[in-house]
Design a protein around this ligand. Structure first.
Ligand code: 8DG
Length: 138
């Protein structure tokens, strides 16, 4: 079966020299509740992946963002999450609004550089956060 494409954003304070990363704690389903993730979700029919990121961030956090470079993954450019899901991830900065945990999340945290792995991310996200941190290390 073709995996479902999930798209998400690594929201940082500065696209060129990030010092913070926004993590979002899931409130559901029970199996994932309490674990941290990149805000985002599934691409809907008729949407481009980038359009889907913008829609998900408006719905989930109430913000508009500017997308920066994609963090290209090792699995045909994406990141395999599970047998069912694969993810593409863009760096992003907020241009309008203040992120709030509106729907899918019960807490947001702005993690300072060096502490990006200090929360229990979803299993599949751990290597992605590591790659993001390495890509921004100076
Ligand atoms: N959004 C998001 N999902 C992730 C990440 N890591 C990870 O394994 N996933 C998994 C969790 C889910 O099983 C799957 C789909 O994400 P989702 O539940 O956020 O998708 P969605 O917002 O479209 O959900 P829904 O409307 O169908 O409820 O991807 C991540 O960093 N961000």
């Amino acid at each position: 079966m073709t995996p479902v494409l999930v798209v998400a954003a690594a929201i940082v304070d500065d696209l060129d020299a990030p010092t913070t990363l926004l993590a979002a704690r899931r409130r559901s389903p029970v199996s994932l509740a309490g674990r941290w993730e990149f805000p985002g979700g599934k691409v809907e029919p008729g949407e481009t992946p980038e359009e889907a990121v913008h829609r998900e961030l408006r719905e989930e956090l109430g913000v508009d963002v500017r997308l920066g470079a994609e963090l290209v993954g090792p699995d045909d450019g994406a990141w395999v999450l599970t047998e069912r899901y694969t993810m593409r991830l863009w760096r992003a900065v907020v241009v309008t609004g203040t992120p709030e945990p509106l729907v899918e999340h019960d807490e947001l945290r702005t993690l300072p550089v060096g502490d990006w792995l200090s929360v229990p991310w979803l299993d599949a996200d751990v290597r992605i956060v590591g790659a993001l941190a390495r890509s921004t290390a100076r």
